[in-house]
Design a protein around this ligand. Structure first.
Ligand SMILES: Cc1ncc(COP(=O)(O)O)c(C=O)c1O
Length: 395
């Protein structure tokens, strides 16, 4: 028999998480996670479920009855959206302007959907006219778009124009709000989004594991009138209703500690105020952007679709982005990331999310990144970057 493995006590290093997620978790959230478990059907927990739903509605800016945390990471909430809404043979329109549009395509295909594309280059948002044309051509049952594309740092502007185009043609709209919920302006009801999903570990600063999802009654009706059952048992919203709806009976054991964490993270959102939270992200990330540009670096997206929660910065010529991200982590304990797919090696991805989105963190990051880039041979003016960031923070 194998000997029992000998392991030291868990002792992760102290990191500043300023990559594409997870972001730094607020100490109150960590504390909530370490409180004792109650059963997932305990009356106390049933009340906690109601509170989480109420807090989620506030954060999503929605009155949707069907607003829940899905057990699992953002991809679980994403798959719940596509697996339930897409029926075999449905045409699903998905974007080509980033990594997560491609994931939408895989999920919709697995649910039996026929895929159509609306095109835009990586680093640019969808043009509402292109969406309207693609909808007229393909007549999709479902249109998915990414509100905050984490792979390119691109924010989709003018969401109401997209939802209007879809609704005129009778399509339902799924919005990926993983990197926008709780950090960037998002108004599910006012913008007429039918289904929005998110994750905990971005602007909510919660560990991953319980992922927000909200659906309108119209979306729920489409699910209720499906011709065949949802192909996923675990994520079947009709079955999940037995637990999250009126009945409150067993479906699967809820990830209790993750629900505690999400409750505390959302309580922090409510205490700060959602609009104040959007404004904080905008102000702090604007200072980061000002600093990056004054240092001599360039942003990938144009200002009109720059995403405050995820800053895509071009890697200067002759610099190996992997060496820089590795050195930042090893020498300063700061996590940022490189690009994905066609942008691998071409951009740095710097998150400015939730609890990590604070003035002192961006000053620290600008200084550390600037010095490393300079040592690697880039022409960088660290002092100018810090001065620009400070002046933006004080404005
Ligand atoms: C825009 C977007 N959608 C979906 C996901 C998937 O979430 P997760 O990695 O939590 O499963 C991510 C994760 O980074 C994301 O950024």
């Amino acid at each position: 028999m194998n000997q029992p493995p000998k392991m030291s006590a868990l002792s992760p290093p102290d990191r500043l998480l300023m990559g594409p997620g997870p972001s730094d978790v607020h100490p109150r959230v960590l504390q909530a996670m370490s409180t004792p478990l109650v059963g997932h059907l305990d009356p106390v927990f049933l009340d906690i479920m109601n509170e989480v739903q109420e807090l989620l509605r506030y954060t999503f800016r929605t009155e949707n009855r069907w607003t829940i945390p899905v057990s699992g990471t953002g991809s679980a909430a994403m798959e719940a959206a596509f697996a339930n809404l897409v029926e075999p043979g449905d045409t699903v329109l998905v974007p080509t302007n980033g990594y997560f549009g491609a994931r939408m395509e895989s999920m919709a295909r697995r649910a039996g959907g026929e895929i159509a594309h609306v095109h835009a280059p990586w680093g640019q948002p969808l043009d509402p006219d292109d969406v309207r044309a693609a909808i007229a051509e393909h007549r999709p049952a479902v249109f998915g778009f990414v509100h905050a594309e984490t792979s390119t740092g691109t924010l989709q502007p003018d969401v109401p124009a997209l939802t209007a185009a879809a609704h005129e043609a009778g399509a339902l709209v799924i919005a990926d709000t993983v990197t926008s919920l709780g950090g960037v302006e998002l108004r599910v009801d006012e913008w007429n989004i039918d289904v929005a999903y998110s994750g905990g570990q971005k602007c909510l600063s919660c560990p991953p594991g319980a992922s927000p999802l909200t659906l309108t009654d119209a979306a729920f009706e489409k699910i209720r009138s499906r011709r065949e059952p949802v192909r996923s048992w675990y994520l079947d919203i009709g079955l999940l209703e037995s637990y999250w709806g009126e009945e409150r009976s067993y479906h699967h054991t809820a990830p209790i500690s993750n629900i505690y964490a999400l409750r505390e993270a959302l309580r922090l959102v409510a205490e700060e105020g959602i609009e104040q939270r959007w404004a904080r992200h905008l102000k702090v990330a604007s200072a980061l952007k000002a600093g990056v540009c004054a240092m001599g670096l360039e942003m990938l997206p144009e200002d009109d679709w720059w995403l405050p929660s995820l800053n895509a910065v071009r890697v200067p010529a002759g610099i190996d982005s992997k060496i820089v991200t590795k050195r930042l982590l090893a020498e300063q304990g700061i996590e940022i990331a490189g690009g994905l797919g066609v942008l691998a090696g071409k951009i740095f991805r710097i998150g400015c999310m939730g609890h990590a989105c604070r003035p002192r963190n961006i000053l620290l990051l600008l200084s550390a990144l600037g010095h490393i880039l300079r040592q690697e041979g880039a022409r960088i003016d660290v002092a100018a970057g810090l001065a620009a960031a400070e002046s933006a923070l004080n404005s």
